[in-house]
Design a protein around this ligand. Structure first.
Ligand code: MEV
Length: 322
């Protein structure tokens, strides 16, 4: 009987999974309603939700994380979770919940850990309240939560967290447009943390301020990016991984011009290329956070991971987009 209960519990928990993501093309530009390409990673966050006898919110956070991440993000995470409860019409001053987050996604800026957390919460609430929801409705609830992390989320992170796979994503005035990209064979990747937890709120806000103070500078960069992501999509469709890699290098240059890269990211990107990566770039918010490298073979994937550790990356992960 106990084993049967445990199995049911595991299945229910598995249904709350939400994935981490890595942006292949278009961080920051995507906020301004141009297309981006994103890949979900296999690692996920899950959430167990219980009703409490009294009001309030108890959060148990068992997610693995890089040092500093949870402390730095504590306030934003609390705001994000409460926004999801609000979205469900739940008043935490009247009813109470205990939520326990787990899974194998290691939280670091850039991996979409915040989005994975709010999407897994939305899935868990849908179960606990016995309110079946479509995947689009789960995604919409995740989007509300993402607003706790910054005012103008593009929605790319929660969409990747909800649907997984490789997606082409575009924010619009209304609902976002996105589609699954099929790839001919798995793409091996390495991603590494700079060890610096950055704030999406402040970096996105700073890019906006720069755009407003010099609109023509921003517009020129945006147009270069749009031409680049069109080529990237064609290369991905054609399975031309070498071209995808070269275009990732170009996207990194645009991130440098946008001032969202930093010396720590640049150093890791250079080290990955020297060790044989097909292409490498920062991924996500930047000014810390993560970088991503595309690697052609398992041997080169190992060599790039070693080179990144040698270049000072405190955490390095090997995985693939499938
Ligand atoms: C963060 O993962 C990606 C950004 O483009 C912000 C967003 O899209 O909401 C920096």
């Amino acid at each position: 009987k106990r084993q049967q209960h445990e199995r049911i519990g595991q299945r229910i928990l598995a249904e709350t999974r939400a994935f981490g993501k890595l942006i292949l093309f278009g961080e920051h530009f995507v906020v301004y309603k141009v297309p981006a390409l994103v890949g979900a990673v296999a690692a996920y966050t899950d959430c167990e939700c219980e009703r409490l006898p009294g009001p309030g919110l108890v959060v148990v956070d068992n997610r693995p994380a890089v040092p500093d991440y949870k402390v730095t993000k504590a306030e934003e995470a609390d705001a994000a979770l409460r926004l999801v409860f609000d979205h469900f019409g739940l008043d935490l001053s009247k009813e109470g919940f205990k939520v326990t987050f787990g899974g194998d996604l290691c939280c670091a800026s850039g991996i979409g850990a915040s989005a994975a957390q709010v999407v897994s919460l939305a899935r868990a609430l849908s179960q606990t309240l016995k309110r079946p929801m479509s995947e689009n409705a789960i995604n919409a609830a995740g989007y509300e939560g993402e607003k706790g992390y910054h005012g103008t989320p593009s929605g790319i992170d929660n969409t990747a967290a909800t649907f997984g796979g490789i997606l082409k994503f575009q924010r619009t005035e209304g609902e976002p447009i996105f589609e699954r990209k099929a790839i001919a064979k798995p793409m091996l990747i390495v991603y590494a943390s700079t060890g610096i937890t950055s704030s999406t709120t402040s970096v996105v806000g700073d890019v906006r301020a720069k755009k407003e103070s010099d609109p023509s500078w921003f517009e020129a960069l945006l147009q270069k990016y749009v031409a680049l992501v069109q080529k990237a999509e064609l290369a991905l469709n054609a399975g031309d991984i070498a071209e995808v890699g070269l275009l990732m290098n170009e996207n990194h240059k645009l991130c440098q011009q946008l001032t969202v890269s930093c010396p720590e990211l640049d150093r890791l990107v250079d080290a990955a290329r020297l060790a044989g990566a097909t292409g490498a770039k920062m991924s996500g918010t930047g000014r810390g956070g993560l970088m991503l490298a595309l690697t052609p073979t398992p041997e080169i994937q190992d060599a790039v991971a070693d080179a990144l550790k040698a270049a000072g990356a405190p955490q390095v992960w090997k995985t693939s987009f499938a």
